[in-house]
Design a protein around this ligand. Structure first.
Ligand SMILES: C[S@@+](CC[C@H](N)C(=O)[O-])C[C@H]1O[C@@H](n2cnc3c(N)ncnc32)[C@H](O)[C@@H]1O
Length: 186
């Protein structure tokens, strides 16, 4: 399927969004084995990556647009599975943008365990956003769920880092940050 020009612009914007918010090094991506978890039914980052010559990438989602799943160039790059069950091996980089960190129904301990087991040594799981707030209770509850789930990872095997996002303010005056979680296999 040839990508029309207007769609190429949308894909470029999606690529930029991932690179900036997940703090990726675009120079390195060509040499990495990458999975995008909850890539979206249009798998935009995967398609953008392929347009940029990044070939070793798969997108994982529980649903895809019908015409994408039937596309011969894309079909080897799409996996129709949930983050809890997908089998990934020897990954250098697993990203999840606005999917597993924020989805209400996901089994986080099972998901972290499953995804991190697919990482190479020095491989990274990067999840954005994991929000934080000193006052907003819903955000605090979700953050705690993520922090608790991380504690079930095998001790000493992973390094865990939260990179603080820029502070944002709601009309109510309450503040929060959209942080980036990086889990690195040692
Ligand atoms: C808000 S969209 C984000 C899409 C894309 N990552 C982006 O940033 O544009 C969330 C996606 O996560 C997917 N998703 C939700 N739960 C999932 C799960 N357990 N496993 C895999 N994908 C999931 C949804 O199907 C949806 O396509």
């Amino acid at each position: 399927m040839e990508t029309p020009n207007f769609e190429k612009e949308a894909l470029a914007a999606e690529f930029k969004k991932y690179v900036e918010d997940l703090r990726l090094d675009p120079e390195k991506l060509c040499d990495q084995k990458i999975a995008d978890i909850g890539c979206g039914e249009n798998a935009e980052f995967v398609r953008a990556a392929l347009e940029n010559g990044i070939e070793n990438i798969v997108g994982v989602d529980i649903s895809f647009r019908n015409d994408l799943a039937g596309d011969s160039k894309l079909k080897d790059h799409l996996i129709n599975k949930g983050a809890e069950d997908v089998k990934l091996h020897n990954m250098d980089l697993i990203v999840a943008y606005a999917s597993i960190g924020s989805h209400p129904d996901i089994d986080l301990p099972k998901t972290f365990d499953n995804l991190t087991s697919g990482l190479n040594p020095a491989g990274e799981l990067r999840i954005y956003p994991i929000s934080d707030s000193e006052t907003l209770k819903g955000i605090q509850r979700k953050r705690k769920e993520v922090e608790n789930a991380l504690q079930s990872l095998p001790e000493g095997e992973f390094e865990i880092e939260f990179v603080k996002g820029e502070e944002q303010e709601l009309p109510s005056g309450e503040k929060f940050t959209d942080d980036l979680l990086i889990v690195t296999r040692k």
